[in-house]
Design a protein around this ligand. Structure first.
Ligand code: CP
Ligand code: NVA
Length: 319
């Protein structure tokens, strides 16, 4: 058996093919079951993950820390202001130094190019814990959640309503890889990245899945198995808040009327944090169709699986 994913960096999800994503999801489901039974295999004993955050985080920070701890390893939280990075040491010099101490780095950055530079200069796997362009760890958890609830991925339809942001860009990649149809409703000004669209269209063509982009949420949610939204004002965009809310509201708010236009068994997902009354009403995010807490929990399990595949040989994982 060959080591398939070991040593790879995950910056946008394009680094994995569909079989590899499926392997991560399958292992995540096994590890979730074991964790709930109180079985914690120390698969990453002696391994250290450094985590670096340029912006706030609750789920990403805690789930990566707990994942390492429960797998028998260790997570080292490094704040930018305490690193020499905060005093002007280059990303490259930081990457080369940390590569000599730790086994992997998870970083949350503003500019996606920062994580690309970190990965280029490192000799260890780098995981993007959210950049302004992509959020691959989130989409693995979302795919796991969808698979658990619906029992399959291929042939499902997902609707994205709202900002064509980092999470949306990565959903485009994840959906196309897994043969999921995706319909995106955003104002024209807030469409997903061209780079992400181009890649997703290329992959979807191979997989035979559909991608649709519209400015009409009702078209997007029609027959959808899952409706997803996210903040209308992502981190770092607070100056645009007023303009964004003027453009997005009320049309792109997920409410009961919009959810009722999706498939009768449609679920609602949101990566969190959420602003009730802006992108989604409380009745939906706190209602029976919402799976947001399972989705948040699955960050832990899917990241455990990802860390195992990036840090271990396949034989070590499956034995
Ligand atoms: N969904 C997500 O990444 O949450 P945090 O910003 O809390 O990490
Ligand atoms: N799009 C959001 C995701 C937060 C996890 C942001 O970038 O702020």
């Amino acid at each position: 058996m060959v080591a398939l994913m070991k040593g790879r960096s995950i910056l946008s999800l394009l680094e994995l093919n569909s079989q590899e994503v499926r392997k991560v999801l399958d292992l995540a489901i096994i590890l979730k079951k074991e964790t709930k039974q109180g079985i914690l295999r120390p698969m990453l004993k002696g391994k250290v993950l450094a985590t670096i955050f340029q912006k706030p985080s609750t789920r990403t920070r805690v789930s990566f820390d707990v994942a390492m701890l429960q797998l028998g390893g260790h997570a080292l939280n490094l704040s930018v202001s305490e690193l020499q990075l905060g005093r002007g040491e280059t990303i490259e010099d930081t990457a080369k130094t940390l590569s000599r101490y730790v086994d992997a780095i998870m970083a949350r950055v503003y500019d996606h190019n920062d994580i690309v530079r970190l990965a280029k200069a490192s000799s260890i796997p780098i995981i993007n814990g959210l950049s302004n362009s992509y959020h691959p760890a989130q989409i693995l958890a979302d795919l796991q959640t969808l698979l658990e609830v619906k029992g399959r991925l291929r042939g499902l339809k997902v609707a994205w309503v709202g900002d064509g942001n980092n999470v949306c860009n990565t959903w485009l990649i994840g959906a196309s890889l897994m043969g999921i149809d995706i319909s995106i409703a955003t104002p024209v000004k807030y469409r997903p990245l061209k780079e992400s669209m181009d890649n997703a269209l290329r992959i979807a063509k191979e997989k035979g899945s559909k991608i649709e982009v519209t400015d009409d949420p009702e078209i997007a949610v029609n027959d959808a198995d899952c409706v997803i939204t996210d903040s209308m004002v992502s981190m770092g965009l607070d100056e645009e808040r007023e303009e964004r809310l003027r453009i997005f509201l009320p049309k792109y708010r997920v409410d009961e009327e919009l959810m009722d236009k999706a498939d009768p068994n449609a679920i609602f997902m949101h990566c969190l944090p959420a602003k009730r009354g802006e992108e989604v009403v409380a009745e939906i995010i706190d209602g029976p169709r919402s799976v947001v807490w399972d989705e948040a929990e699955n960050r832990l399990h899917s990241q455990k699986a990802l860390l195992c595949y990036l840090l271990l040989d396949e034989e070590e994982i499956l034995r």
